[in-house]
Every structure is written in structure tokens, then in C-alpha cells.
Ligand binder design. Structure first.
Ligand code: FDA
Length: 393
């Protein structure tokens, strides 16, 4: 049995569903297929179950890509406010958590419901449990053999996402399709992911698992001020997840444990104010006590403030502002929120997301080499790229 559609979308995640409703609104006959047993699984698990669906401060500067300009066109034409309007139209209550991050008050499934209702409203069909073989080019379009029969379409949209969380349906199929149609790939790696420690670095911190503190984490020119969480295996928390996207094995990680303070001036002031107080107790006022104590057992001398010479105080300040911890790796795709790299954008139109090698073939969402920071930016890219492709496919 063979069915013919105007548009077939591979992947019923955020970008695929958004493409479907945008194309459906133009009167295109759209079918979305997904190999998973349920659609929108990552949306369901996102934002701790409340889906951080956009970020009001979205600009191209919050995305990593070999071509940092690529995302600008789609982001400019579908803004966070456009998605907020859609959320409001569906009566979904939301709130801003911090830094422009918007979350549902209720469960993430409201966003999946919104997308499915909108898709339904424009006649787009969505089918889960559908495995697909490598698409083939046929006259004026594409043919796909699937477990639900053969599909033919004029436009094929690849919205299969990245490699993160394979147990949620992630696969490298989108990359294979890109390669088979002659597209280059930017090497992929896990992003927004906890960092691991090994050897003495891990031993010195493992028993502090659960301790969290504010830091500024820096690497390769980027820096993020937010919470850091010590885990059994290493470091996590928003500051670490953010910087993980900029870190690669062997790179220096810079952790400022007194973010926003001039550590030298602050320590000098403490020395004047309370010369008899030990360093660990001074530090315990600005960071968790157990952590301050460990710093003073392993990395810093613990003695009354008056016993620090000016040079020792300088050294102490320098260590606190650049804590010399060496990460050994990341937790990998098993826990990563996103995949860095992907389909090279140089042969994809930034306006329509159409392949410049194969007319009618489109790539949207995370499968492309466009990766946002933590905080709703990745969904905003999924919505914006989906709308751009849906307007053309
Ligand atoms: P997505 O991965 O959503 O969808 C791809 C779809 O393709 C899946 O349904 C998959 O089953 C399907 N597929 C894959 N291979 C296939 C094949 N061979 N055949 C058929 N179908 C196939 N972002 C954000 O902005 N705010 C947030 O709160 C969060 N939170 C969050 C939490 C967690 C735990 C994770 C893992 C990720 C996030 N993210 C996030 C990131 C966000 O979920 C992600 O960037 C988007 O879902 C990407 O959307 P896509 O549609 O491109 O891929």
C-alpha cells in the first residue's frame, strides 16, 4: 500500500510537530511519523516536567553553531512572543522562573496537547510506532518504506533530533539521511551535560554529593554565573550544564567560587574586621560550610585571618577565583539535554531550512548544528525552525 502526501515529517518532537502545523495551515497535506511509542517524549520530560518552553531574551548569541549567523533568520521571524501567544490561546498558565525562562504552571503534556490539537486543526496526521527506512529520491519527491506502508511525498522534513537520551527515542537517523543526500556533518558531542571527575579530584568531593553553591564557570571564552551541584561522579547544576557545551576533554575549566566579588579586597576586609576568625569560618558565610571546610582541608591553609601575609592572601584569592579542578569527561548522551554539532548548516537555507543539495528536503530542530543554552532556547529554536520550514515545505 502506498500513500501520497504533500509533506512527510520524520520525528514528532517539538520541531516536527511545529513544522506540521505551519505547513498544514497553508493547506498542505501533512503526515508526521515517529518510531517511538509516544510523541513529544522530550517535551514531556522537559523543564523538570513543566517544560521551559521559551526564553524571552532569545537572540542568536545564545546558540552554538559552526555558523553562528544561521539561526538568525528563523528566530527573527518566529519570536518567543509568538509562542507565548499560542500558549495563551490554549489557556495554558505559565510563569517566569528566572533569566527570562518561561515554564508551564502545570505539566509539560499541555504543550504536547497544544501541538497535537493545532496539528489536528489543520488536518495534519501524526502516527507513532512507525519505523522508517532510508528515504529515496523519486521523480519530484521522495519515497519511504515504513512499517506502516510506503509513503510518497513532495517535501520531506527531517526532524529526528539529536542523540541525547536514547531511551527517549533519540537516534542518529537524521544524520544518516543527511549524509546519504551528500550533506556534511559537524562532529556531534553531548551538551548541557554533567561533568565527571576522576582520581583525586573525585575522591576529594564525592562525599559532598548534594552540596550546591553559586559559581561562575568559565571555559573557552564563555562564562555562566549560576548554581553548581556536587554529585557522586562530578559536577552538575545549571552553571556546569551551561559551560559543558563549551568544554572538551583537556580544556581548562575556570570556577570562580566567589562570583561577583573582588576576592582579594573581600579577604583583606575580612582580615581587618575579624583577624582571629579562621578562613574556613569566614568562607562559610558565603558558601556551604561543608564545602568551605573541604576547601581549607585540601586546597587552602586554614588559619586565623591575621596569620595570612599579603602574598598568602593574594594566593588565596587567586585560588578562590580560579579553583583548579580538572574535569575528566561528561556523563554523555545518557543524561545530556542536547547534542552539539549535527547537520552542517552551510548547505541548508537559513530562510526555509531547505537543503541546497536536494530540493524538497528540509532539516529542522536539533538535528542541525544549532544548539542553544539551557533555559528554553532549544525549544525556541525547534519552534522557529519548524515554522520557517513549514512555511516553505
Ligand atoms: P526531539 O528530540 O524533540 O524529537 C525528535 C523526534 O524524532 C523524537 O520524537 C524521536 O522519537 C523521533 N525519531 C528519532 N529517530 C527517529 C527515527 N529513526 N524514525 C522516526 N522517528 C525518529 N529544551 C528547552 O528549550 N527547554 C527545556 O525545558 C528542556 N528540557 C529538557 C530536558 C531533558 C531531559 C532533555 C533531554 C532535553 C531538554 N531540552 C529542553 C532540549 C529539547 O528537548 C530539545 O532541544 C528539543 O526537544 C529538540 O526538538 P527536536 O524536535 O529537534 O527533537
Amino acid at each position: 500500500m502506498s500513500e501520497t502526501w504533500d509533506v512527510v515529517v520524520l520525528g514528532a518532537g517539538a520541531a516536527g510537530l511545529m513544522t506540521a502545523l505551519a505547513a498544514g495551515r497553508r493547506g498542505r497535506r501533512v503526515l508526521v511519523v515517529d518510531h517511538a511509542n509516544k510523541v513529544g517524549k522530550k517535551i514531556l520530560m522537559s523543564g523538570g516536567g513543566h517544560c521551559n518552553f521559551t526564553n524571552t531574551g532569545t537572540t542568536a548569541a545564545q546558540y552554538l553553531s559552526a555558523n553562528p549567523h544561521f539561526c538568525k533568520s528563523a528566530l527573527a521571524r518566529y519570536t518567543p512572543q509568538d509562542f507565548i501567544d499560542l500558549v495563551d490561546a490554549h489557556g495554558i498558565a505559565w510563569h517566569e522562573k528566572e533569566l527570562g525562562q518561561l515554564f508551564c504552571d502545570g505539566a509539560s503534556r499541555q504543550i504536547v496537547r497544544l501541538l497535537l490539537d493545532e496539528a489536528d486543526g489543520v488536518g495534519a496526521q501524526v502516527r507513532a510506532h512507525c519505523s522508517v527506512q532510508m528515504p529515496r529520491r523519486v521523480d519530484g519527491g521522495f519515497r519511504l518504506d515504513t512499517t506502516l506502508g510506503t509513503l510518497e511525498c513532495a517535501s520531506l522534513v527531517v526532524a529526528t533530533g539529536g542523540l541525547s537520551i536514547p531511551s527517549m527515542g533519540a537516534s542518529g537517523f537524521g544524520y544518516e539521511i543527511a549524509r546519504s543526500f551528500g550533506h556534511a556533518l559537524v562532529p556531534t558531542r553531548a551538551g548541557l551535560v554533567p561533568l565527571t571527575l576522576s582520581g583525586k579530584h573525585q575522591e576529594r568531593l564525592a562525599d559532598l554529593s548534594g552540596v550546591a553553591l553559586d559559581v561562575e564557570a568559565g571555559c573557552n571564552g564563555a562564562s555562566f554565573r549560576n548554581r553548581m551541584l556536587i554529585t557522586h561522579r562530578g559536577l552538575s547544576g545549571p552553571a556546569i550544564l551551561q559551560i559543558s557545551s563549551y568544554w572538551q576533554p583537556g580544556d581548562d575549566l575556570r570556577l570562580d567560587l566567589l562570583p561577583g566579588r573582588d576576592a582579594a579586597a573581600w579577604l583583606k576586609a575580612q582580615q581587618v574586621e575579624r583577624p582571629g576568625t579562621e578562613l574556613k569560618n569566614v568562607l562559610a558565610e558565603v558558601m556551604p560550610r561543608r564545602f568551605a571546610q573541604r576547601l581549607c582541608e585540601v586546597w587552602l591553609p586554614n588559619r586565623p585571618m591575621r596569620q595570612f601575609s599579603p602574598a598568602h592572601l593574594q594566593d588565596t584569592a587567586a585560588l578562590l577565583q580560579a579553583w583548579p579542578l580538572v574535569a575528566s569527561g561528561t556523563e554523555g548522551y545518557r543524561t545530556a539535554e542536547v547534542t552539539l554539532g549535527g547537520v552542517d548548516t552551510r548547505e541548508v537555507s537559513s530562510r526555509t531550512l531547505e537543503s541546497q543539495r536536494t530540493p524538497g528536503l528540509y532539516f529542522v530542530g536539533e538535528v542541525l548544528d544549532v544548539t542553544g543554552w539551557l533555559g528554553g532556547y532549544n525549544f525556541q529554536w525547534a519552534w522557529a525552525s519548524g515554522v520557517a520550514a513549514g512555511a516553505a515545505a
